[in-house]
Design a protein around this ligand. Sequence first.
Ligand SMILES: Nc1ncnc2c1ncn2[C@@H]1O[C@H](COP(=O)(O)OP(=O)(O)OP(=O)(O)O)[C@@H](O)[C@H]1O
Length: 360
Amino acid sequence: MLPTPPRLVVDHLSRFFAGRAVVDDVCLEVAAGQVTCLLGPSGCGKSTTLRMIAGVDRPDGGRILIDGTEVAGPGRHVPPEHRSVGLMFQDFALFPHLTVTENVAFGLKGDRAARMRRVDELLERVTLSGFGKKHPHELSGGEQQRVALARALAPRPKVMLMDEPFSGLDNRLRDGIRDTTLDILKDEGTAVVLVTHEPDEAMRMADEIALMRGGRIMQSGAPYNIYNTPVDKAAAAFFSDINVIRGTSRGALTETPFGAFLTPGQADGAAVDIVIRPQHLKIDFDRAGRGPSPTPLEGTPASGTVIRARYLGRESLVEFRMAFDGSTLTASVPGVFLPKPGTTLWLMIRRDKCFVFPAK
Ligand SMILES: Nc1ncnc2c1ncn2[C@@H]1O[C@H](COP(=O)(O)OP(=O)(O)OP(=O)(O)O)[C@@H](O)[C@H]1O
């Protein structure tokens, strides 16, 4: 038996505007029931990629296949309504003059009883049973969003395309609605491509994240891998603040004020950036002008003076001016830790948590 093809395949897709590649050789594979997030800064080509998958824009190169059938490619363009794709955007675009039931039933074909069964099933799924006769203006933002989800899912699309679908919602509503939406999409077995510029949203929703920059996918993988093995400094910086310590490679080592770091593979004499997230800097107290003893895992401590400390709820962020060169480093500590500005403390760096990149 032949293996089942992925539900959605995007194969070397490109799009040019005024001679500039805004989508540049993008490849994706999304299985049924899988959520892939296109994540990246504004203007990196996420929405253009989504629009080509939807069929409202045509690629200049590459192909798109749904369940193994080419829907876009050289000389081929299947119109959006024949692609079995569902769409959900930031403005839910419900029809204001139609009731909730009529909105959800809008794209459904077949006899009335079957259509109504599907509408009832979906309204129950999105916990809006009993709302069928209401009009969109009688609903809250979160309720409208759930109607939009039910409407998009009603015809059982093979692929669901979502462009910042939660960004219009109140912060407090968002997490709950994201989780409900995810459960329903997984239950329906739809392949999902979700566009977002928020790393937290991608980490929360995605089975796979495709990190985009300048029209290209810079890195793709499971959220854990993207966060813990970024391909470069910018990929690391997309998910959190980062600290950068510059050094020069000698043999397989780079000497820094925090001791030597193993940096194999870097050319001798090359400038190297050691990158560390704030939660992986360890803070220790001053012992009459000395720090704690060096350890193999955390290296040599370096002293710094507190510039400011802020409490953010789950954690405290402490900024330091480092004694060795006056540079600034930021450490985060779970809970409440608010040392006074001017206090001298010592910082250490977890060797197993830092990333090494050639300096650019
Ligand atoms: N129809 C068009 N004509 C010319 N340029 C366009 C067109 N559509 C998009 N662009 C340009 O292509 C680039 C990518 O746009 P796109 O909307 O795909 O980015 P995005 O990553 O979705 O950004 P955002 O998060 O701000 O929506 C941008 O520089 C944009 O200005």
